[in-house]
Design a protein around this ligand. Structure first.
Ligand code: KIV
Length: 267
């Protein structure tokens, strides 16, 4: 039986300069496919709100939804570390609420770590969660739960003062005990500087090639979304076309009376 990766394996990958691969999954079949392919970390992202539930952003996602989507991902995977996102308002109110909700993702859903967004402003909460032995992946730069403050999904850290704040955020989450940090939507040069400055791995998304690992949303890399695709997304397959072809073929054969054939029927 394969052994599931731990946060210590992920730390060692930075030390040995092995790139860390991360993809999102929200269900059993995708999690099984990426686990069997050898992905290092599966993130049950609150991006489930956008790519699965069809919301405009991640803000409506609830704790119960995150638990529902994390369970099949844990069941489907044997070797990847499973990290579950803490949705908006599950950790911002106070630390006991944050610990209770982080604990639910571990205890009820079976995740091995949680992820939450924020830097200096949320460092005390990260420390409170890691103090009860729940590993935390942090997330700084473009933080989608802050969409209304940012005024949209915009690259962060282009101005020097903002870049310094993001560097301070990354250092603060490392100091608070995070085992890794997602750097989203920041200039490649800033991500390279942060990756060199931190002892913990950085996982980039729209943050250039010099992070210790990369994360993308599975629906984006497979071309499953019909919505706008950001510059940092690379489409590695056209699953939308493949699925659409299959659905059209099914409809055509049922309407045309060629399915089911004898081989699909019982004697
Ligand atoms: O919710 C999510 O999927 C994420 C990743 C894109 C980093 O936070």
């Amino acid at each position: 039986m394969k052994k599931r990766k731990t946060i210590h394996d992920i730390a060692r990958m930075k030390d040995s300069a092995e790139k860390i691969t991360v993809l999102t999954a929200y269900d059993y079949p995708f999690a099984q496919l990426m686990d069997q392919a050898g992905i290092d970390i599966i993130l049950v992202g609150d991006s489930v709100g956008s790519v699965f539930s069809g919301y405009d952003n991640t803000l409506p996602v609830t704790m119960d939804e995150m638990i529902y989507h994390t369970r099949p991902v844990v069941r489907a995977s044997a070797q990847a570390l499973v990290v579950a996102d803490m949705p908006f308002m599950s950790y911002q109110i106070d630390q006991s609420d944050a610990r209770r909700n982080a604990g639910r993702l571990i205890k009820e859903a079976g995740a091995q770590a949680v992820k939450l967004e924020g830097g200096v402003n949320i460092a005390a909460t990260i420390a409170a969660i890691t103090a009860i032995d729940i590993p935390v992946m942090a997330h700084v730069g473009l933080t989608p739960q802050s969409i209304h403050r940012m005024g949209g999904f915009k690259v962060q850290g282009r101005q020097e003062a903002q870049a310094q704040q993001i560097l301070a955020d990354a250092k603060a989450v490392e100091e608070a005990g995070a085992f890794a940090v997602v750097l989203e939507g920041v200039p490649a040069s800033l991500a390279a500087q942060i990756s060199a400055a931190l002892g913990i791995p950085t996982i980039g998304i729209g943050a250039g090639p010099d992070c210790d690992g990369q994360v993308l949303v599975i629906h984006d890399i497979l071309g499953l979304c019909d919505k706008y695709s950001p510059k940092f997304v690379k489409r590695f397959a056209d699953a939308r076309q493949t699925i659409s072809d299959g659905i059209n073929a099914y409809i055509g054969e049922v309407k045309g009376g060629t399915f089911p054939a004898d081989e699909h029927s019982f004697k």
